[in-house]
Design a protein around this ligand. Sequence first.
Ligand SMILES: Nc1ncnc2c1ncn2[C@@H]1O[C@H](COP(=O)(O)OP(=O)(O)OP(=O)(O)O)[C@@H](O)[C@H]1O
Ligand code: SF4
Ligand SMILES: [Mg+2]
Length: 337
Amino acid sequence: MDDIILEVQSMKKYFPIKKGFFKRTVGQIKAVDDVSFHLKEGETFGLVGESGCGKSTLGKSLLRAIEPTEGSVKFKNRHNEMVDVMDLDYKHLRDIRRDMQLIFQDPYSSLNPRMTVLNIIGEPLICNKLAKGEELREKVKHLMEIVGLNSKHLERYPHAFSGGQRQRIGIARALATNPKFLVCDEAVSALDVSIQAQIINLLEDLQKTLNLSYLFISHDLGVIQHISDRVGVMYVGKMVETATTEELFTNPKHPYTEALLSAKPLPNPRLKKERIILKGEVANPANPPSGCYFHPRCPYAQEICKVQAPSFNEVTPGHQVACHFAEELDLKGSVAI
Ligand SMILES: Nc1ncnc2c1ncn2[C@@H]1O[C@H](COP(=O)(O)OP(=O)(O)OP(=O)(O)O)[C@@H](O)[C@H]1O
Ligand code: SF4
Ligand SMILES: [Mg+2]
């Protein structure tokens, strides 16, 4: 337990659906519904799933960038004390946010176009009263250098930079307060493939030198496979499978994971591969199906799947699955990339 930096237990985030003149709550969107997982120090936990399955909501909830409905988030702070982020008042929350940061998807819209790079990267240092004046300039220059930007450009505005450079600015800003844990939400998805590789390399180098832990959210299984030590697969607000990356990709135990892996585009077009085309659309989190949420799309579904939700069980050490037939099914993994 000593090396665990983050432990999320029974996290729920429900968005109320309001209707009518009096805005009465008529239902709930269960965007994150009872999710538990942990992260070790220096580790990358990849989070994958189709659009709308709750990845971003989970990432934001555990930083309390949005207020979760329920759950606990134990986090090891800079003094090596495990604190429950959910119990913190505003002042202590602001303090712990120095240690937990978010890197956004879109390097074009996430940077204020009217601020210079000095102010963008320096803002968290000013807000937390960590530096000002010449010391601030020196710290920002140093941050620019560690993310591979030319520190002479600190008076420039975001429009003067390319997409990849802007993402580097976003990373430098996230690193300004010297955090231990980063949520990278589709951090490379908006970039060209060659630039993606550079930013992934940068994130990997920074992880080693600064001993960072990442929650890396992506719908791109190739990127997830490359960067993650362990992977979690989400479906309609629930975690359906977690395992080490190698185990998950070679020996999936949940039919949804198998389907995702089979739909993963292969980098080598000469490699022929059978594809499972998923039946139907992702279930609606405001009105999910009965029993196992995946049953309307699952090729292995049986009667019990329609009536009883499977529990999330450990099938082999470190490999958890929510499927009634996890131990019986012989599912196909993916070709290594
Ligand atoms: N502020 C909000 N109010 C109401 N519903 C929301 C809100 N934010 C997200 N949702 C809903 O919660 C569900 C999960 O959304 P979320 O953005 O977390 O998914 P995601 O897995 O990150 O998807 P994507 O891959 O498209 O980024 C979706 O049904 C979404 O419509
Ligand atoms: S519990 Fe049933 S429906 Fe759900 S994934 Fe397993 S086999 Fe498919
Ligand atoms: Mg998202």
